[in-house]
Design a protein around this ligand. Sequence first.
Ligand SMILES: Nc1nc2c(c(=O)[nH]1)N[C@H]1C(S)=C(S)[C@@H](COP(=O)(O)O)O[C@H]1N2
Ligand SMILES: [Mo]
Length: 309
Amino acid sequence: MLIRSAPDLRDRDVTDKALYLRRREFIAAGAGAAATLGLGLQPAMAGAVVGAKSRFSTTEKATSKNDITSYNNYYEFGVDKSEPAENAGRLKTRPWTVVVDGACGKPQRFDIDALIKRFPLEERIYRMRCVEAWSMVIPWVGFPLASLLKAVEPTAAAKFVAFETLADPAQMPGVRDPVLKWPYREGLRIDEAMHPLTLMAVGLYGETLPNQNGAPIRLVTPWKYGYKGAKSIVKISLVETQPPTAWNLASPREYGFYSNVNPAVDHPRWSQATERRIGEFLRRKTLPFNGYGDQVASLYQGMDLRKFY
Ligand SMILES: Nc1nc2c(c(=O)[nH]1)N[C@H]1C(S)=C(S)[C@@H](COP(=O)(O)O)O[C@H]1N2
Ligand SMILES: [Mo]
């Protein structure tokens, strides 16, 4: 992947790669072929999304792109791991707006492409630990959620952040399944949301985020179980009280609000002590806060982490 420092980022860095190639063809072919080429463009082509290297990245070996994009949880497209890759191709990710509202001085609707251009992008290679006891190492490209929140100027009343994602039965066959109460919702405490590790991802492996991974924009909180990472976000609200979350509503006994990775507290139906790193044979020990304790444990001082799982 091409690495450039953030200030050097240009519009072409987020220009669709195939579109760029077509443009060159277009110039070569001359105006006559223009209309034909234009009509032939497909909306779901992968494009380059370049991010500057980050000191927050792990040096662990990244999981293969094939595994990251074919073994997914995205229940709006089906509950099987293979279904998101099979069904998410139909998701229309442009035009797309993200509303940021609630307890803030400047509530706004952001066009996704304006948002991607507005904040310097970084590559963040993070571990991801699913509550189902498998894990991956994923090279995201994105920007800190803190940058976006600062832009809307949160007020002192903003104690939590609520995330709402798309739930469109016309595009998402899974939302007819009452396995979750749609739309998929997640939440963070304001200090968790403002933490430098908390990322809004718009790319993966240096390219536009694939639909099955949460295009066009999803949350990533690497010290929490993967389900906190809400995909295809349409609304972010600054709120005064702890917001309801999809998994907690579905099964409060099994899924809490905080959901910090904790090998000492088992899921009621399985152990959380170890995990299967996708692509590896032997199981690994799961680390408290998924190995990010040095950076985030202070957020939870005084809380009983056996209770607030
Ligand atoms: N909207 C939405 N977001 C979601 C989910 C989902 O079903 N719907 N699944 C979550 C779960 S359980 C996990 S482990 C991660 C998986 O992200 P990945 O497929 O990009 O690895 O997405 C999370 N975000
Ligand atoms: Mo998960």
